[in-house]
Design a binder for this molecule. Structure first.
Ligand code: PMP
Length: 385
């Protein structure tokens, strides 16, 4: 094989399919990646059984365990998106005919319910109106009424409504009732604090393409010892997401049972090193918090309303109500024409909202340009009505 690319033009051909225009991303994920991430990913492959890969795996897992404050728990990496671990949580840690209390505050809580039911378990639902979080007293009441559930599922950050649930308080209530806590942190991990051990969480999972700003294809999960103890008693856990098998491979050889997405893991490792260089976890989380505040202020300065209940705003995605008579999708389409990919409304609130994602590689200049354009788009749409 030649050392230099021979068919250089194929790269442009693919770019023309995927990137006909270079859009600025304010998406719900996949999000824009750091330049360091893109560069880290363009290396030659190596075996996932090699000494070098094992070192990368070990280092990434240990950095994640620090980041998630999971010293008692164990972090593992999966060749899937986050939903894979959502399914694994049910297949590995809920008995085949068992019950789960599924809290729903939007589209992704609904997905958890579907995952529970499609795996033959029973879902008991605690559902709130879109825009609202689950409150600890509501969870307490639901658990008093349903003492036989084995676990509680919580969407930490509901990407469809822009609401951050009070995870620490909810987990405390679940533990008072002696229930396992499974957390969908897909759009929270990396931007909202997670103290895995201190909050007594059992399973927390996320996808690479969200707040860590890495391309999709890698899922990250943290698991308590209790999960593995439970899994030992559960038949038919499947193979691909058998947590006991994953743990065995990690403990014996710092690898995974099937082939992992090595470029994504290298990229995540780079991001965890960037976090370290920026001053550590809390400095990084503060960056996300300040960015979210700037976005919310921008929305309010345009005279628009936020969808989420005050006090529960998401640090990663802001859901905006459209002015009367304007559809969310119209704002989305007009912004696209101007080179910005925001996110359409999602789920039941789709029609009259649009979303501004603020994860990954976004500069202050990008935010300024976003709002300069959004102001003009809203004014133009209002004039047409
Ligand atoms: N949960 C939440 C809160 C999400 O935002 C998403 C993705 N938007 C998912 C689950 C599903 O994640 P994935 O597509 O990476 O499996």
């Amino acid at each position: 094989m030649a050392k230099e690319p021979v068919y250089k033009e194929v790269v442009d051909e693919v770019y023309r399919i995927l990137w006909p225009k270079k859009l600025k991303l304010f998406t719900a994920g996949p999000v824009a990646c750091f330049p360091e991430v893109l560069e880290t990913m363009s290396f030659q492959m190596l075996s996932h059984r090699s000494k070098e890969y094992r070192e990368l795996h070990r280092d990434t897992v240990e950095r994640l365990e620090d980041f998630l404050e999971a010293r008692k728990g164990i972090v593992m990496l999966f060749p899937s998106s986050g939903t894979g671990i959502m399914e694994a949580s049910i297949r590995n840690a809920v008995t085949p005919s068992g019950k789960v209390l599924v809290t729903i505050i939007g589209a992704f809580g609904k997905r958890y319910r579907e995952v529970v039911e499609s795996n033959g378990r029973k879902a008991i639902v605690l559902e709130k109106k879109p825009g609202e979080p689950v409150l600890p007293e509501e969870l307490d009441e639901a658990l008093k009424k349903n003492p036989d559930v084995e676990a509680v599922t919580i969407t930490y950050n509901e990407t469809s409504t822009g609401v951050l649930n009070p995870l620490k308080e909810l987990a405390k209530v679940a533990k008072e009732h002696d229930k396992m806590v499974f957390v969908d942190a897909v759009s929270a991990m990396g931007a909202a604090d997670i103290k895995f051990d201190e909050w007594s969480l059992d399973i927390v999972f996320a996808s690479s393409q969200k707040a860590f700003g890495v391309p999709p294809g890698l899922a990250i999960g943290a698991f308590s010892e209790e999960v593995f103890e439970k899994a030992k008693k559960i038949p038919n856990r499947g193979w691909y997401f058998d947590l006991l098998l994953y743990r065995k491979y990690q403990e014996q050889q710092w690898s995974t049972p099937s082939t992992p997405p090595i470029p994504q893991i290298a990229a995540l490792n780079a991001v965890l090193r960037i976090i370290e260089r920026m001053g550590g976890k809390y400095k990084w989380l503060k960056m996300y918090q300040e960015r979210a505040e700037k976005i919310r202020k921008g929305v309010i300065d345009l005279g628009l309303e936020l969808f989420a209940k005050p006090g529960y705003y998401s640090p990663t995605i802001t859901v905006v109500k459209t002015p009367p008579g304007i559809k969310g999708v119209e704002v989305y389409e007009e912004m696209r024409k101007r080179g910005f990919e925001i996110a359409k409304g999602y789920g039941p609130v789709k029609e009259y909202t649009f979303r501004i994602g603020h994860m990954g590689y976004i500069t202050d200049e990008d935010i300024k340009e976003l709002f300069d354009n959004l102001r003009e788009v809203i004014n133009e749409l209002m004039k047409k009505k």
